[in-house]
Each structure stands twice: as structure tokens, then as C-alpha cells.
Ligand binder design. Sequence first.
Ligand code: ATP
Ligand code: TYR
Length: 378
Amino acid sequence: MLSLDPETIISAALREPTEELLTPDNLRKLIETGVPLNHYIGFEISGFVHLGTGLISMQKVADLQSVGVKTRIFLADYHSWINKKLGGDLSVIRRVAGGYFKEALRVSLKIAGGDPDKTEFILGSELYEKLGVDYFTNVLRVSMETTLSRIRRSVTILGRSESEALSFAQLLYVPMQVADIFSMNVNIPQGGMDQRKAHVIAIEVGEKVFGYKPVALHHKLLPGLQMTKEDWEKLSAAKSNAEEFRDLLANIKMSKSKPETAIFIHDSEEEIKRKIRSAFCPPGETEFNPVLELARLIIFRDRREPLEIVNKKTGEKKTFENYSQLEEAYKRKEVHPLDLKETVAEELAKLLKPARKTFLEGPGRSFLEELRELKITR
Ligand SMILES: Nc1ncnc2c1ncn2[C@@H]1O[C@H](COP(=O)(O)OP(=O)(O)OP(=O)(O)O)[C@@H](O)[C@H]1O
Ligand SMILES: N[C@@H](Cc1ccc(O)cc1)C(=O)O
């Protein structure tokens, strides 16, 4: 039930970590028609949930919940199967979806300030079984409106490159993802910026084929901790070319298939410290600095009290009321990268405590062990 005015809903949708909303005007129009707002975000089932897939994605779910939007989390078991995740075994994928993944996303949503009991979890195969031939019809409808070359260009959303040898099923992946949106009457599909190609197709075919235009919400991609100087230089040089910039960022994002780039939500305090200590964090550089991004997007997001950073060499303490103060001081080199890293690691460890409790002590323990035993990260 939406009792709030449109501008409040739009500003919740636009709040960071949102990178783009396609478009705020269309969201306003949608609200004005009075239709219920139905959001979804989908996940492939593989590997461990990290700060990007867990916290950043769930921050937006929490924002939308706060203004009464119906939120859904789609566990894309068929897509993971097509993409040969977890050894390509559909029964394992299904088990991990309802076990580890559901638990990891629930605790992430809680940490991000949302309510896991107020979000619906849907397993892809269950939706397809329920809809039967209607789902197949939706996949065909999307496919008939999309060219093969467009589909080939959009396989980057699977984490695959256009030039890679693909199975025919992998070409079906994108039309299926687009069909998922309409099969659940979703009008606010969410994903990281690397998912925009599927959503742009949905926006283009939606009106003609399904009678409405969804409003896509794309959140920022958290950069990988192990960005190199070369990556950083390429990113800086590509700033004015939106498409090149997006592709570069998608390649250096925090990713579960590159564990050293990622902090997993269940990582121990020592592990978090170790990973952050070895992260890329050039002194005085505030742009595309992965450690500062963690401070900005995660630590300062809902923080009410100031952040204290201690200079380990001199013992001097500095406090920051908000992110801009920290950014300015870092730019002036008044904060040493090592001190910043230490504080960021400590704060993250505090925030992630409920996830450690779930997976190391609580009900999630056996789920984590099962996934570890599978020893498959992709
Ligand atoms: N670093 C990130 N920051 C924010 N969101 C992310 C990040 N990585 C993935 N996501 C988002 O999480 C959802 C699931 O992504 P996905 O399963 O591809 O994650 P991943 O860890 O990068 O996996 P893989 O390593 O297999 O590519 C997508 O909406 C995606 O955009
Ligand atoms: N493509 C998404 C997974 C996904 C699959 C199907 C969907 O309907 C939505 C999302 C990813 O890379 O993780």
C-alpha cells in the first residue's frame, strides 16, 4: 500500500547506492496510474555472497521497503544451470538456493536495515512450473522482438564475453531474464549496473508486448579490492565514455569468482582485516578508491555517530561527522591509507557480525559448510 507522495518514493529509489533510475519521470507516471509497485532483484546461485551482492543490493531493497514498495528476491536456479554454475547440477543449485543463498540474502537485508520477513523469495523453477506454457510464451514474445546480435551483445550480463563460445541455452538466458520481469508483473526491476543490458531490452519491448514499461533501477558496483594501478588509470581515462566506463567497472567489480577482490559476509574479523590491508588505496586519491567507496557506501550510509580514525604512528585521533569530511581530509593526505584501512575493516567487521553469527554459529552453519565442500566458486 502506497500512501506516500510520489516524490518521497522517487527520492528513496534514487538514494545512493542507486547509480541510475530509468527514468524518474516514468516512475512518477507509474505511481500516478495507481498500479502497485512491484520490485525484484535476481541472483544466480553460486559462490559466496559478498558486500556487493549482499549489502549494496539489499540497501536498495531496504530503501524501497521503507516507502511501501513490494519487494521480491528471485533465486535464478535455471539461469545458474544454463550458466553452468555449481558444477551445472540443477539439484545442487536448487538446494543451495533455498539454503545458503536465501539465508545469506535475508541476513544481508537485515544488516542493510530492511525486513527479510517482508520480502518474498521466489525460485525460478517454481515460477516456471506454476506458469507453464505462459512462461514459454513470454520468452518467445521477448525473443521475437529482439535481434540475435542484440542478444549476443548482452551476454556480458552473464559474466561472459561476446567472443566466448556460448551454448544455445546461454543465448536464451537474456530473453528468459527479460521474460521473468513480465511474468511476475514486475515494474521496478533492480540490478547492478552490469545488468542494464537486460533491463534496457525490457524497457524497449515492454510497452508493445506486455502493455507497460518497467522502470529499471541500477545500483552502483562496488569495485574489487585488488584493483591495479593500470585498472585505475584506465577508469580515469574512460570517465567521459559512459559505455567503456561501464564495461571497465563491470570487469573490476568485487566478484565472488575472484575471492581476493571480495569481502564475504561471513568472513572473520581477521580475514576482513587481511583483505582490506592488501587493498588498493592510493594516498590522497579519492576517486575510484575501493576502500573509500566502502566508507562512503556502507559505513557512512546509515551512521548517526561520528567516525574516529586513529593515526597509529602518532596516536592522534580525528573524528569525521560525515563522508565528505573524511574525503576532504584524505585528499589533503591528513589520513594515512593504513589508518583508513584499519578503521574501515573494524567498522565492517562490526556491521557484519549478524552474518558471522548466522553462518559460523547459527542455523546457516551447515549451509556454509555444504557450499565450502562443493569447492566451486562459479
Ligand atoms: N561488486 C558488486 N557491487 C554491487 N552489486 C554487485 C556486485 N557484484 C554483483 N552485483 C550485483 O549482484 C547481483 C548478482 O550478481 P552476480 O551473481 O553476477 O555477482 P558476482 O559476485 O559478481 O558473480 P560472478 O563472480 O559469478 O560474476 C547483480 O544484480 C549484480 O549486479
Ligand atoms: N543475471 C543475473 C541473475 C538473474 C537471472 C534472472 C533474473 O530474472 C534476474 C537476475 C546475474 O548475473 O546474477
